[in-house]
Design a protein around this ligand. Sequence first.
Ligand SMILES: *[C@@H]1O[C@H](CO)[C@@H](O)[C@H](O)[C@H]1NC(C)=O
Ligand SMILES: *[C@@H]1O[C@H](CO)[C@@H](O)[C@H](O)[C@H]1NC(C)=O
Ligand SMILES: *[C@@H]1O[C@H](CO)[C@@H](O)[C@H](O)[C@H]1NC(C)=O
Ligand SMILES: *[C@@H]1O[C@H](CO)[C@@H](O)[C@H](O)[C@H]1NC(C)=O
Ligand SMILES: *[C@@H]1O[C@H](CO)[C@@H](O)[C@H](O)[C@H]1NC(C)=O
Ligand SMILES: *[C@@H]1O[C@H](CO)[C@@H](O)[C@H](O)[C@H]1NC(C)=O
Ligand SMILES: *[C@@H]1O[C@H](CO)[C@@H](O)[C@H](O)[C@H]1NC(C)=O
Ligand SMILES: *[C@@H]1O[C@H](CO)[C@@H](O)[C@H](O)[C@H]1NC(C)=O
Ligand SMILES: *[C@@H]1O[C@H](CO)[C@@H](O)[C@H](O)[C@H]1NC(C)=O
Ligand SMILES: *[C@@H]1O[C@H](CO)[C@@H](O)[C@H](O)[C@H]1NC(C)=O
Ligand SMILES: *[C@@H]1O[C@H](CO)[C@@H](O)[C@H](O)[C@H]1NC(C)=O
Ligand SMILES: *[C@@H]1O[C@H](CO)[C@@H](O)[C@H](O)[C@H]1NC(C)=O
Length: 816
Amino acid sequence: MKLFNSNTIFILLISWSIHPSHASTNLTSLVNLFIGTASGANGGSGGNAFPGSAVPHAMAKVGIDVSTAPRQAGYIHDNSSITGISLLHDEGTGGNTDGGYGNFPLFPFVGSCVGATNAPGCEPGIAARAALRAAGTDVASPGYFSTTFVSGIKIETTSTRRAGLIRFTFPAESSSNTTNYVVVDLTNDLGRSFSGGSISLTSEGRVELAGTFLQSYGPSNYTVFACYDFTPSTIQSGTYQSINSSSPTVFNISLTTKTLSTSLQFPFTSSVSPIQAGGLLGFNASQVTARFGISMISSSQACLNAEEEIPIWDWDAVQTASNDAWEDVLSRVLIDVEKENDTVVELLYSSLYRASLVPANFTGENPYWSSPYPFFDAMFCSWDVFRTVHPLLSLTSPNEWAQIVNAYIDGWRNTGYIPECRANTKPGYVQGGSDGMPILGDFAVKYGGRADELGVPTDDLYQALVDTAENTPPNWLTVGRQNTAWKMFNYIPTDWVDPSGSMGLPTREASRAYEYALGDFAVRQTALAFNKSQDDVFKYGNRSMNFVNMWDPNVTSDGFAGFAQRKFTNGTFAFTDPITCSPVDPVAHSCARGDDNDSGFYESSSWEMSFFAPHSVATLVRLMGGNETFVNRVNNYFTKGYFTAGNEPSFNVPSIYHYAGRPDLSALRIRNVVFTDFSTGIGGIPGNDDSAAMASLLTFHLLGLYPVQSTSQFLIGSPFVSSYTLFNEFFNTTTTFTVSGFDPATLVASPPAGSRLYVKSVMVNGVEKGSVCVLDFADVVGGGEVVIEVDGDTDAAMVRGCGEGLPDSLESGGFQ
Ligand SMILES: *[C@@H]1O[C@H](CO)[C@@H](O)[C@H](O)[C@H]1NC(C)=O
Ligand SMILES: *[C@@H]1O[C@H](CO)[C@@H](O)[C@H](O)[C@H]1NC(C)=O
Ligand SMILES: *[C@@H]1O[C@H](CO)[C@@H](O)[C@H](O)[C@H]1NC(C)=O
Ligand SMILES: *[C@@H]1O[C@H](CO)[C@@H](O)[C@H](O)[C@H]1NC(C)=O
Ligand SMILES: *[C@@H]1O[C@H](CO)[C@@H](O)[C@H](O)[C@H]1NC(C)=O
Ligand SMILES: *[C@@H]1O[C@H](CO)[C@@H](O)[C@H](O)[C@H]1NC(C)=O
Ligand SMILES: *[C@@H]1O[C@H](CO)[C@@H](O)[C@H](O)[C@H]1NC(C)=O
Ligand SMILES: *[C@@H]1O[C@H](CO)[C@@H](O)[C@H](O)[C@H]1NC(C)=O
Ligand SMILES: *[C@@H]1O[C@H](CO)[C@@H](O)[C@H](O)[C@H]1NC(C)=O
Ligand SMILES: *[C@@H]1O[C@H](CO)[C@@H](O)[C@H](O)[C@H]1NC(C)=O
Ligand SMILES: *[C@@H]1O[C@H](CO)[C@@H](O)[C@H](O)[C@H]1NC(C)=O
Ligand SMILES: *[C@@H]1O[C@H](CO)[C@@H](O)[C@H](O)[C@H]1NC(C)=O
């Protein structure tokens, strides 16, 4: 479904002259923000995509919130009623099914409240006020969102990094017995987790709020602040609050026709409070605009943020600036939108859009330490985003990426460890390894030589990695790794009590070992890139091979031998059926973070995790019995239904055939995955978008590249467009990829025999590459021309393999 902005007429009058982009097309008009907004109810997995208004990497993510869960991003594209429009949201995450953030919603209604307790005509409480949207009125484009109630009240929003405008258009002038009201809700975040706070209305008509709420995915609470101003002036204002906590939906409403200062205070409670409270503002006008600012520091800073970012209430200027910022981001990957397939165009730009929504730039809003470095939130979680989100930033957004990398390093500088899942400003849960490590390793390999120009201190980056690889926090639930065990056993043992007393969640042993191994490889790569000692290069290189210690050669499944398994301290293995926790597991297992997960694997099966060693896939090919068996095994993984398209541990498998010299099979598989699991519909993402993990994966698939994490290598796929151009602002390069012989007939789940899908040769600036399987970062963003020649000869493709050069593996001497 594609919904166009019906409110563009005034925008067309705005000059487009400050436009910084390389594009001549309006790329923002190609973005469909509703992809991935279907309900994940009844066990389905919604995309949890956020379709509201935001600038790139915004803190303010303004959107409407629906009344039915799951609704992790607040919004669901269905007919459920909405309860408000709120200021902060997550993008695509799991976590609390009620959602994260969703703070300080506004809600418009027409009624009569003076002298009232809540009664028909004056219902500020969240359940009673909820209103249905008129069918088909949700409209979204980059920097703008709008919806209209059945009653005719229209809501619109546009925003900057920490501020925004929300406009309410009421169907008619207020009649003699009714007033147009806006509720300013203090207490109802999406998770309904209010634990104390305050609201104050000043005599100038300003509303300031502070509230403490629970994290969506972590053990802590956080405090957030907002500031609202309104135009025109109110004709009534005051507060409402629950009479008492046993009758939270009976309200005491206290309104005056004068603008008087008034406030409500709710002391911090360690258990969530059922109390509902907020401000109630009445207007004698058919259009009311709110300007808001948000802050994690104080309500006065929230007011300053609003005043600085939106000094004059110029709606068109704010919306145009947001649209222009998005145009700049989108135009870093340019294609001929008229010529290429329309579905592919929409998938590509919608994915590029979501891939720059997070992490969120909270610079200036760090409540915990003061620092000259940037502060980012919504690193939710590194586990989700290290595979494809950060490698995509490495291609298109070097300046933004350097800031985010600096935020990771600054987390270490101030807490001793790289942040893993910072969300709601607090450390969230660790899922597997400390997966910020491969992100820093990726940066070191790609930009390390010029890190100083990007403001990233290399010694600190390296020390952050070493400390996270060596030290064990007292509690590795929310940060760090169980390095005591990893270093003592060279694997992660089952049933071991750490004599050091350090604690965490001791499950997911095999998954953790595989991810710890990649983390150590990131240290090895960084040591090499920064000319650290050979001892360090060897030490971390060797440790990164310890994933093999979780390998039980005696376990078989479907006739294939050798699988990752849990292992006791005495060296014997604990058996888990390799299909456990796969989509076709016949037994209901706990496969997530609960302490009842006894499979050894996290959100993945042994069938899947046994393929996860991106730095040494040659080892896996050897352990699994050589090329032919390896290829059969990958095929079996897909045909038997063990592939979990909707979750990250599966990401590297479709292109893993490359390592057995079969890039033709990778190309076929990726076509199948894209057209089977992704679409432009509201259900178009196979699982949670997960902070745009899915969006960035799809982008790579469409461009015919797949990143090898913490290395400069990209596996070459078969692009879904005939040509594209990448712009890298830092290197000041323009690299044009052309597919010679591009065949639109391949743009289906099962390309017909003879269609030209297989990469036959690769030329970079006129020089033929030996390998048709791998390109280096220096080629991808080096500037000039990359010509990828394709043909349809299956037999020739099989014989050709990778040409002269498999992608690197540590075991076979790669990555020097
Ligand atoms: C570009 O498209 C966006 C989104 O549809 C729209 O808001 C904007 O007005 C358009 N800009 C121009 C210059 O056409
Ligand atoms: C909302 O949609 C559901 C599912 O499509 C449908 O069963 C229900 O009748 C609809 N409700 C309303 C009020 O339109
Ligand atoms: C206002 O007056 C109209 C017409 O008399 C009536 O239908 C409506 O219910 C009244 N509204 C309220 C909120 O009292
Ligand atoms: C919640 O916030 C309060 C007050 O800021 C603090 O004392 C308490 O430790 C916090 N609780 C958690 C679990 O973070
Ligand atoms: C709470 O308010 C309700 C409704 O006014 C009243 O019946 C009840 O006694 C009150 N409870 C307490 C604990 O004050
Ligand atoms: C209602 O609120 C007003 C203002 O805060 C207060 O003076 C009054 O006592 C409250 N009434 C009840 C019944 O709680
Ligand atoms: C983050 O915000 C800071 C402060 O406004 C700004 O300097 C920086 O460029 C922003 N970075 C991104 C990626 O938005
Ligand atoms: C595999 O099985 C063989 C034969 O039973 C046994 O000797 C060997 O120790 C087993 N290997 C492992 C790693 O358990
Ligand atoms: C190894 O330890 C496990 C778990 O304690 C135990 O079940 C198994 O019998 C032990 N095996 C050997 C050979 O000691
Ligand atoms: C596996 O395939 C690769 C690529 O074709 C080839 O280089 C390698 O020699 C093969 N290995 C074996 C054991 O045949
Ligand atoms: C970037 O490259 C273009 C084209 O090669 C050149 O004209 C321009 O001066 C370069 N800009 C910078 C800042 O180096
Ligand atoms: C683009 O590709 C999709 C997927 O194969 C196909 O359904 C659609 O018809 C193609 N569009 C055009 C204009 O060929």
